[in-house]
Design a protein around this ligand. Sequence first.
Ligand SMILES: [Cu+2]
Length: 160
Amino acid sequence: MLHMPKYEKIWMGVGIGALCVFLLVTGILSFSMDLNPACGMKTTNKPENIGLAPPFDKPGLEQIGPNEYRATIISYVFGYTPNTITVPKGAKVHFLITSKDVVHGFNIPGTPTNMMIIPGHIAEYTQTFKTPGEYMYLCHEYCGAGHQVMYGKLVVEDKI
Ligand SMILES: [Cu+2]
């Protein structure tokens, strides 16, 4: 049996006790105050059924105006559908993203596009891509063992 000095035992008890109090208070407050994601976020059906109903039954890119697109994206452990999107230079892209399992992220480094993807909710953001090139979109909310391989590619072509 490992010998542990008395004060070390006391401080371990204090640390574990503080952690329990913190989790208890956070949990009770979250449930009693019915805390939810940011208000105004649209909701979806059950996350596991999202592929069955519009708009997530047809994920992908859809042109909705002159050089204006809607990118409907489903995130899951560990990837995105679609995982490659190609648009012309100057395209205005409306992202519409949900998750079918756990909380994910959607971040395009070097741009303001940065969303938390919550199952049962739809994250929306609009971004205009003026500079041609290859952009990466990646998950920046830790979602499990394959989190580091969760990414896709957005190609902005140098043509209109
Ligand atoms: Cu993820």
